[in-house]
Each structure stands twice: as structure tokens, then as C-alpha cells.
Design a binder for this molecule. Structure first.
Ligand code: G1P
Length: 241
């Protein structure tokens, strides 16, 4: 299993915090955000990890993480020249993943549940994770039938409030790179990860598994959610002293 952390994007919703600093290097509690993803991957016994980021920030990530030796992993840096969406960033890791499986984390997603067993026991084509949110219109959200079977993910559905967000953690086998090549840019001009996930969900050919998180999850893409991430981190810290 290979690990991938997607840490690009312009972070405009966090300006001015992200004018000079990549969002994923901002502190959340006592550590930079990206370390939280790194820990999740290492916790799943993953030893080879790629970080995808924008050209101007590669040196900041390598100053922090270096070769990965300190974290008992081997880190590769991949450059996303232009923002083109999550699936486009992931496509840059095709050679890195080779014939292996990959666990992909969005660098601004933080959660408490362990995904170690999901990583170690993965033997399907795609595994997704969901969490209830009160503001579904901000995310990719799952559509389920009466028997609780996942039938689709809708990206940023207008007017949807209570919903199950497909959080930024995905496990795939290497068919993901063929599937990325099949999708078209969305209305926002990006190759959406939800379009890739819908190929898996809607085709009989693939085995898709999913799980609902039990503990807290947040992204940190807006001032409000960044603050929420820090509050969770503070709770985590204060419970250890
Ligand atoms: C992205 C994904 C979305 C997912 C969300 C989780 O949204 O497109 O499907 O639910 O991350 O944080 P974005 O951060 O691009 O708005």
C-alpha cells in the first residue's frame, strides 16, 4: 500500500492566513496540519508516501518532512503545476503507485477514527468514508437507497443541509488511474474525485466498500472549519495532560 497526501490548492477561503503559507502547513494544535495525515498513513503501516503540492511550496514541505526518515517512511514530492482538482492531483502519482494500492488523504481533512484496519485489510477496488454534516452543500455527499446502499455521490448539491459527507480519505487499487482518465472537468473546471468515485459506485465491475466514521471529523478549508479543527486538537491535547 502506498500513501498519498494531496496538499495543493490556493487556499483562498483562508486568506490572509494562506497568502504566504500553504494551508496544509498551518498549525492545528501543536503540529502542522499535514503531520496529522502523515500519522494516519504511518499508522496504517504505510512506508512510501507521496506529497502533492504546488511548485512554490515543495521546499517548505521538504524542510518539514525531509526524506521521511524521522517518521519511518520514505517521502516523494510531486508537483502540481496548476490547480486542476483533486483527481488531477492524484493522477500525478500513477507511476509512484505502480501496480500497488493507495490510500489517498486530502491534507486539510482531520479525523479521530483509526483507518488502520481499513488500510491493512483492503482488498476491493475502492473504499470510502462518510460522516454526518449539517452543511452538505459544501461537500461531496452520499446518496443511499432504502437498504442503505450507496448509489451516488453528489458534489456540492445545492440546498442540501443534513447529509453524509464523503470525507477526504479514499482507498483504491491502481484502477483509479484508468478511471481518472475517463472523467471530464466539472462546472468548476476541476477533475472531481466524486466523478471518479461515481465510476466505482455505478459499475457492477467494481467492489466498493464504505464506512461511517464514529468520532469527530472536520476539514479546514474555511476560517470556521479551521477554527473547529483547532478546537478538536485542543480537546485532544487537554485530554492527555
Ligand atoms: C473536496 C471534495 C469533496 C469532499 C471534501 C471533503 O471538496 O471535492 O467531495 O467531500 O473535499 O473535505 P473541496 O475541498 O474541494 O471543496
Amino acid at each position: 500500500m502506498k500513501g498519498i497526501i494531496l496538499a495543493g490548492g490556493s487556499g483562498t477561503r483562508l486568506h490572509p492566513l494562506t497568502v504566504a503559507v500553504n494551508k496544509h502547513l498551518l498549525p492545528v494544535g501543536a503540529k502542522p496540519m499535514v503531520l496529522r495525515c502523515l500519522e494516519k498513513l504511518i499508522g496504517g503501516d504505510i512506508e512510501e508516501i507521496a506529497i502533492v503540492t504546488n511548485p512554490e511550496y515543495v521546499s517548505n514541505f521538504s524542510a518539514l518532512l525531509k526524506s521521511g526518515k524521522k517518521y519511518n517512511c520514505d517521502i516523494t514530492y510531486k508537483v502540481q503545476d496548476e490547480p486542476g482538482g483533486i483527481a488531477q492531483a492524484l493522477s500525478l502519482c500513477e507511476n509512484f503507485v505502480g501496480g500497488d494500492n493507495c490510500t489517498v488523504l486530502l491534507g486539510d481533512n482531520m479525523f479521530d477514527d483509526s483507518i488502520k484496519d481499513d488500510i491493512i485489510n483492503f482488498n476491493g477496488d475502492c473504499k470510502l468514508f462518510f460522516k454526518h454534516v449539517p452543511d452538505g452543500f459544501r461537500y461531496g455527499v452520499g446518496v443511499f437507497d432504502e437498504e442503505n446502499r450507496l448509489i451516488e455521490i453528489k458534489e456540492k448539491p445545492k440546498n442540501i443541509t443534513d447529509a453524509y459527507c464523503a470525507i477526504g480519505a479514499y482507498i483504491y487499487n491502481n484502477s483509479v488511474f484508468e478511471n481518472i482518465k475517463k472523467i471530464e472537468p466539472s462546472y468548476r473546471g476541476e477533475l472531481e474525485i466524486s466523478s471518479v468515485n461515481n465510476i466505482y459506485i455505478k459499475s457492477e465491475e467494481y467492489k466498493v466498500d464504505y464506512k461511517f466514521l464514529e468520532s469527530w471529523w472536520t476539514d479546514a478549508g474555511t476560517i470556521e472549519s479551521y477554527e473547529r479543527a483547532n478546537l478538536y486538537a485542543y480537546d485532544e491535547y487537554s485530554s492527555t495532560i
